[in-house]
Design a protein around this ligand. Structure first.
Ligand SMILES: Cc1ncc(COP(=O)(O)O)c(C=O)c1O
Length: 502
């Protein structure tokens, strides 16, 4: 099989990147379809006049970003359901309007728009076919406080509907910023004036705002490896130069921090995404000292710190930050629901005024009604009670998941089980790698996710990184969790690699 692609030596892009990019564009445009085979790397290298290693590295990147997968001894194939992922269906049974990445682009345009056509969707690619879905990042839909929330919405509308017919403060509703500053003291050890808080449309909006403020082409971006795609792709789209730093069981390995000037560092210290580690106190202090020395800003993404099951939560980096180096980002996506699109940033003093100007330029601030309802919910104590209830619910579900993994698979190695709404499971060696398990499980109606599908980005895939599945448990009932894991075990029992005799 021959692919209609060609590369040439240029200063702008390495041969490996050109191969990666052209195949990626063919997949994004639908010219290569789900399950289509790719030529063997040797065949491709002969066809294009490039080294085998170049072809291999391009394929490795396609695999690590989830565009293709390999079947040992068979070949390399375009990932299944990829087109659902590129053009998610918004309404069951109806095609969504084509996303930008799916429209037919000329190769030139596709290359010009390269930064903006990376796929980052938090919509589950397989959701229609699944009876047990361990997709990440979803709170329990049945626990959303519908009744109380609608009372707050209604009360706010009656009290002050005029706010809907005018532009409001771009940094956000003062009442909500006050409520957040009251919450952050006891919850995260952050003493901050409401004037330093900005309301945003979730972390994703915050990443864009901070990247626009702090990143220009070539800005060094220190980032966890693996890391959260949603942030990495935004920074990449502004031209940041990534410096991936390995993550271990204590979080980002700060001994690897680079000696670069004025970098931005992005990390998830309270529950590393996707591996789940908590950054230790000594590493937090070292990171802050590094930031002082290198004139760095640290972006602390505290996305699911509301749920900690074991021990007291560590004070947020922002709470330890004496020199205003940390930009702290929180979201209501986990505590309430991502459909609200509400989050907040605690800004260093020097960034307050520029961020406010930028927020006005970007969208003049967030929707007034939800901000007002959220402020009410927080002031009246409803948010605190909701968090307490959800922590108990998620703890129970986590325990059911751990027990189900143990009883179905024997000793199980998990990471990140102390906090949050997902954990990472290391697949026992007798089973295939994560992408293959994901594919097999979907056929049985169970959604489990390789790092590359589960919104994680790995710089340089290794065999080890393909041994992990991310399992979100918050939105599943205990019964669904038990049944899902039992079905997964049954499915995998047909694919276990027999251990060598003797
Ligand atoms: C690491 C990380 N940060 C932030 C978010 C939340 O993003 P948002 O607030 O835009 O919904 C997620 C969602 O899953 C996440 O995994």
């Amino acid at each position: 099989m021959q692919l209609p692609i060609a590369v040439k030596e240029t200063e702008r892009a390495t041969l490996q990147n050109q191969v990666f990019e052209q195949i990626r564009v063919m997949i994004a445009e639908g010219r290569l379809k789900d399950g289509d085979p790719l030529p063997a790397t040797r065949e491709l290298s002969l066809q294009m006049g490039i080294s085998c290693n170049t072809a291999l590295l391009a394929y490795e990147r396609l695999i690590s970003e989830g565009y293709v997968y390999t079947k040992p001894y068979v070949g390399t194939f375009v990932s299944d359901n990829l087109h659902d992922r590129i053009a998610p269906r918004l309404v069951d049974g109806q095609d969504a309007p084509q996303s930008e990445s799916c429209q037919l682009l000329s190769l030139n345009d596709a290359q010009r728009l390269r930064q903006f056509v990376r796929i980052h969707s938090l919509q589950n690619p397989h959701r229609k076919r699944l009876s047990a879905d361990f997709w990440v990042g979803r709170p329990d839909p049945a626990s959303f406080p519908v009744k109380v929330w609608s009372q707050h919405i209604w009360k706010q509308l009656q009290r002050s509907s005029a706010a809907l017919t005018q532009y409001n403060e771009p940094s956000g509703l003062e009442a909500l910023r006050l409520a957040i500053s009251d919450h952050l003291g006891p919850a995260r050890g952050i003493a901050v004036d409401a004037g330093q808080i900005m309301i945003v449309g979730g972390c994703q909006d915050g990443f864009n705002l901070i990247a626009r403020l702090l990143v220009s082409p070539g800005t060094p971006l220190v980032i966890e490896n693996p890391c959260y795609q949603g942030a990495a792709y935004v920074f990449e789209s502004f031209g940041a130069e990534p410096y991936p730093v390995t993550v271990d069981e204590h979080g980002m390995d700060v001994s690897q921090l680079p000696d670069v000037s004025s970098p931005v560092a992005y990390l998830t210290p309270s529950h590393q995404y996707p591996m789940g580690a908590t950054l230790s106190l000594s590493r937090r202090m070292e990171l802050l000292a590094w930031a002082d020395k290198h004139d760095a800003y640290i972006l602390e993404d505290d996305y699911d710190s509301d749920f900690r099951f074991t021990g007291a939560p560590l004070t947020a980096l922002k709470g330890l930050d004496r020199n205003d180096r940390v930009v702290y980002m929180g979201t209501f996506s986990k505590s309430m629901g991502p459909g609200l699109r509400l989050g907040y940033i605690v800004l260093p003093k020097a960034l307050v005024a520029p961020a406010r100007r930028l927020k006005a330029l970007m969208n003049n601030g967030q929707s007034w009604l939800e901000q007002a309802a959220m402020a009410d919910f927080m002031f009246e104590g409803g948010f605190r009670r909701h968090l307490r209830r959800m922590r108990q619910t998620y703890l129970e579900r986590r325990d059911v998941l751990l027990a189900a993994l143990k009883s179905n698979f024997g000793d199980c190695q998990v990471r990140g089980e102390d906090a949050g709404m997902h954990l990472t499971w290391r697949i026992p060696d007798r089973y295939p790698h994560a992408e293959e398990i994901e594919r097999l499980a979907v056929l049985e109606g169970v959604g489990v996710y390789a790092l590359s599908t589960g919104a994680a980005l790995q710089f340089g895939t290794t065999e080890e990184s393909r041994r992990y599945l991310v399992l979100g448990y918050a939105a599943l009932t205990p019964r669904e969790i038990e049944q899902g894991i039992a079905r997964l075990a049954e499915c995998l029992s047909k694919h276990a690699i027999p251990s060598p005799p003797g």
